[in-house]
Design a protein around this ligand. Structure first.
Ligand SMILES: NC(=O)c1ccc[n+]([C@@H]2O[C@H](COP(=O)([O-])OP(=O)(O)OC[C@H]3O[C@@H](n4cnc5c(N)ncnc54)[C@H](O)[C@@H]3O)[C@@H](O)[C@H]2O)c1
Length: 330
């Protein structure tokens, strides 16, 4: 992921990529000619305005706290940290230091989900009934220092709260570990948001297909967002009364028109970086806050706890409103 951040940062207006840190070096030239150092003191010596933390999740806390202590703003990859306690320490440290900090929940910048959120906000669905997500695929070719719940399902948890504007009230989950690694690699979650919307998430690293699916069903029909292709479609409930007696007595939904929206498809990572750059420059606030990132890790921990205890878990009410590449603004 650091390679992708470096690619975007190296051509982002108003930003100069001054260096990267990776103890493994940069054998493939991912830093695009910027110096690559092995330690944090060397990195900080480059004089940074902000940094992107894209190392393994279990290292986010240590590196993030060191950046905050040195007065460096940070965009920290998702999940914010390997535990809710660590995420809380990060949120507190950046807050105390008065620094801009954000979490790389990139799905929020996917054009399909941005359009979906605007349409839900505009009331196009009427009453919301259910959010369903599926995020399935093969094993990642990288270190999995956390399980699939914290690594992948945090995308689903964050996007669900964000598109609906509503926090989780409860979760119940089951997990499986089939790959021989220490953490779970498959999860099924059923939950409820505080407005009564029901949610379900199927997330795993055990599927030979790759799927990134979000469906929101409500009074007027169903939106389907595919965040691999950035497509958003709407399946409307039919308005024409059916003549068939058996069906006309049925008071559920009927099949209506289907619309696939033509939406501009900008690269989500570029949009995420534009928003973060603007926030650092004091020109915008449209970033994922550390409080929001913390809340997502808390819900992920409740999912794991529910699976361990085979129990339905209510969530505490939410907290008040939420690297490899390094940059210096020119
Ligand atoms: N937003 C997204 O869609 C997305 C996608 C992939 C990964 N991620 C997140 O990005 C982070 C990294 O994931 P990845 O897939 O790139 O992992 P990876 O294992 O492919 O790469 C991690 C890199 O960090 C380096 N590293 C190890 N220790 C370091 C240290 N102390 N300081 C700096 N670099 C160090 C490693 O040498 C390696 O180059 C994870 O938190 C992951 O959850 C986010």
């Amino acid at each position: 992921m650091g390679r992708n951040h470096a690619r975007v940062l190296s051509s982002l207006d108003g930003v100069e990529l001054v260096g990267a840190m990776d103890p493994a070096g940069d054998p493939t030239g991912a830093a695009r000619g910027a110096p690559v150092v092995a330690t944090l003191p060397e990195l900080l010596a480059l004089g940074l305005d902000y940094a992107v933390v894209a190392c393994p999740t279990s290292l986010h806390e240590g590196i993030g706290l060191a950046l905050a202590a040195d007065g460096v703003c940070a965009l920290i990859e998702k999940p914010l940290a390997h535990s809710a306690a660590a995420a809380r320490r990060l949120a507190d440290a950046f807050d105390r230091a008065g620094l801009v900090a954000g979490v790389g929940h990139i799905e929020r910048f996917n054009p399909a989900l941005q359009s979906l959120r605007s349409r839900l906000e505009a009331g196009e669905l009427g009453e919301m009934f259910q959010v369903v997500t599926r995020r399935q695929g093969p094993f990642p070719q990288r270190i999995a220092d956390v399980g699939v719940v914290k690594d992948l399902a945090t995308h689903d948890i964050d996007l669900t709260s964000w598109v609906t504007g509503c926090p989780y009230a409860s979760v119940a989950a089951r997990t499986l570990s089939k790959s021989g690694r220490p953490h779970e690699d498959m999860v099924a979650v059923v939950g409820e948001l505080t407005n009564g919307t029901m949610v379900s998430h199927l997330v795993n690293w055990l599927s030979p297909l790759k799927e990134r699916f979000t469906a929101v069903t409500g009074e007027h029909g169903c939106f389907i967002a595919d965040t691999l292709t950035a497509d958003l479609t709407f399946h409307a409930n039919g308005a024409v009364a059916t003549e068939w007696e058996a069906l006309s007595n049925f008071r559920g939904a009927a099949e209506g028109d289907m619309v696939r929206y033509a939406i501009p498809k900008r690269e989500p990572l570029l949009v995420e970086h534009e928003r973060f750059r603007d926030a650092v420059e004091g020109k915008g606030t449209d970033i994922v806050t550390l409080e929001q990132g913390l809340r997502t890790v808390e819900v992920a921990e409740a999912v794991l706890d529910s699976a361990r205890r085979k129990a339905y878990l209510p969530l505490q009410s939410p907290h008040p409103p939420n690297l490899a590449a390094v940059t210096q603004r020119s």
